[in-house]
Design a binder for this molecule. Structure first.
Ligand code: GTP
Ligand code: MG
Length: 276
């Protein structure tokens, strides 16, 4: 069997994250790379609507389905002529637009009937330099918590509904702006987000317990990572308890040279490849 001449985008990824984290910068970079314009990243401004584009995965990035192929495999050159494509949707991170344009998009893309527009993964972009500020950390963690809570509910409901659409949607936390010397390394970004989500989770589960003190409607899936868990929240726990995968990977949309820019987003593209 031969591949047809043009391979249309087969699936979608969604960019979420707080305002100013670099979603639109990443979106424009990947869009530009795909069109081989080689132009520098356009300067961006606060987004107010969500937009989408078609992105080609660089042929040298392995995908889950071709990772075992050797470099001499003729079908690989086939792929470079005919790269694997996906749709990428950029969303505004502003707090006022987050419910409709952020979480709202996630919900509609998670449940899309058309596989082309169905979400295969979420790329949650954070500014690694901003997270040493407590206010910025809380904002990022709250947004991420809400995204993960939705994905958890969806994962736990899968057994109940007969819907075959529900496949797990993994999350990449893209620890952006690693070019800045004030940037926290990805391991600290992970630790800080986990600790802050733990605070949010404690506050919410206490609120739920108070609310359900005289009724027995305590919903287990209302608390991220499960209710009874004595342990503190970690992304590892979420994977073990719910089967939801969260990875934190550092990178930079902007950096000095073209070569750096190439490597700055490479690990994220490899994550995308492993979802395909
Ligand atoms: P909203 O649209 O408001 O949600 O923000 P956004 O996430 O789309 O942020 P945007 O892409 O507009 O980037 C915000 C600022 O961060 C811009 O000035 C970018 O140039 C800058 N920026 C993005 N990525 C990087 C990076 O890797 N390093 C550095 N130093 N700056 C970056
Ligand atoms: Mg934007």
């Amino acid at each position: 069997l031969y591949r047809s001449a043009a391979s249309p985008p087969s699936t979608s990824f969604l960019l979420l994250g707080p305002s100013g984290s670099g979603k639109t910068a990443l979106f424009s970079l990947l869009e530009g790379k795909s069109q081989r314009l080689g132009q520098p990243v356009r300067s961006t401004h606060t987004s107010q609507t969500s937009t989408f584009t078609t992105v080609a995965l660089p042929p040298t990035v392995p995908t889950a389905s071709n990772r075992y192929r050797s470099i001499n495999d003729p079908s690989l050159s086939d792929i470079s002529r005919n790269p694997i494509k996906y749709q990428l949707r950029d969303t505004p991170g502003h707090g006022k637009l987050r419910q409709t344009e952020g979480i709202g998009r996630l919900v509609s893309m998670a449940n899309a009937k058309n596989p082309k527009s169905r979400a295969r993964g979420v790329i949650f972009v954070v500014d690694s330099a901003a997270l040493s500020d407590n206010e910025a950390l809380r904002e990022a963690a709250t947004y991420l918590h809400d995204v993960l809570l939705y994905l958890q509910k969806r994962a736990l409901n899968k057994g109940k509904s007969s819907s075959k659409l529900a496949t797990e949607i993994p999350v990449l936390v893209a620890a952006n702006k690693q070019d800045l010397f004030t940037a926290l390394p990805p391991s600290s970004v992970r630790n800080k987000l986990e600790a802050e989500i733990e605070n949010i989770r404690k506050t919410r589960s206490k609120g739920l317990m108070d609310a359900s003190a005289d009724s027995s409607t305590g919903e287990d899936d209302e608390v991220l990572g499960g209710d009874e868990g004595q342990g503190v929240f970690t992304f590892q726990l979420l994977q073990e308890e719910v089967g939801l995968k969260v990875e934190v990977i550092g990178g930079a949309v902007q950096s000095g040279s073209e070569a750096d820019t190439e490597s700055g987003v490479r690990k994220w593209e490899e994550w995308v490849g492993m979802c395909l």
